[in-house]
Design a binder for this molecule. Sequence first.
Ligand code: KG4
Ligand code: ZN
Length: 347
Amino acid sequence: MLVLGIESSCDETGVAVVDASGHGVPRLLAHQLHSQIDMHQAYGGVVPELASRDHIRRVVPLTRQVMAEAGLSLADIDVVAYTRGPGLAGALLVGSGVACALAASLGKPVMGVHHLEGHLLSPFLGADPPEFPFVALLVSGGHTQLMRVDRVGSYELLGETIDDAAGEAFDKSAKLMGLPYPGGPHLSKLAAQGDGAAFKLPRPLLHSGNLDFSFAGLKTAVLTQAKKLGDELEVRKADLAASTQAAIVEVLVRKSLAAMKQTGLKRLVVAGGVGANALLRQQLNDECKKRGIRVHYPELHLCTDNGAMIALAAGMRLQAGLEAPEKNPAGYTFDVKPRWSLAELVP
Ligand code: KG4
Ligand code: ZN
């Protein structure tokens, strides 16, 4: 069973093909990615209309490359999967439109995939795949959630951000320090040269007694601190970056540990773009080791958006019998869900 996956929810066009035959973890045969970061950098953030147009330009050539790399022809594909949501409506429509057109021309079924399910399952493509059940910390540019995952398709929300996402906190803090988009990787690079204890920044909801997050106040505190520094900001920027990163990471680590305690589970999966953060990985590894908890990450290049995780999630759902795309009830009339909660997927 060969599954083609197309990701176009935000600023990366990703295409991949997996072999989901049998019951083992689907095998990644080829994947290609085009990041729009350079294009959006001039605007300091993602411009949705430009994102959609660029997906249109990239998706077919990337699909050709993937097929060539895998040594396959389109006729070999059994299911065409695409990111149905959440994400930018126009960007999602490009992937879904292309997926449906392709599937219709091949006479094959299509399957809409939840972007966060892709992130959450992405560690299964790594050298150290997790086993169910586990707690997942999903930390991306748009989401910050803790989920209990008992099997493919069973996602129980334990806690989530009540305002900004962790990635947003990185990106917005970086922006007001004058760092380029996307802020996360730039801020963390600068932070490596700074002192994380230099500035006392808030750890919102750290002691809230539940598993929710809040990052909007932190961004305001960073802004206040930057203003206070005035001309001194340039020479203290690395310290401010390190202090910001320390605050975000501490909250993510503490809440993850609280989720492990609450569920009693001994496996943690970290997924989404912020999962690439080196300090977060180091602190989670240290703290979890002390508690006998195994932590699993996607491979670094699969932390941020990509097509491989979409093809994988589709393949795993098919293997689990959660989808019967051969019936293709919606035909090729695609819809996208720019806002879509992962918990809604539960049957
Ligand atoms: O998962 P992702 O590629 O896209 C969404 O689905 O949102 O995540 C992108 C987010 C951005 O906010 C980016 O700044 C952040 O992940 N990010 C990082 C790092 N690499 C990417 N944040 C902190 N440290 C990093 N190394
Ligand atoms: Zn994502």
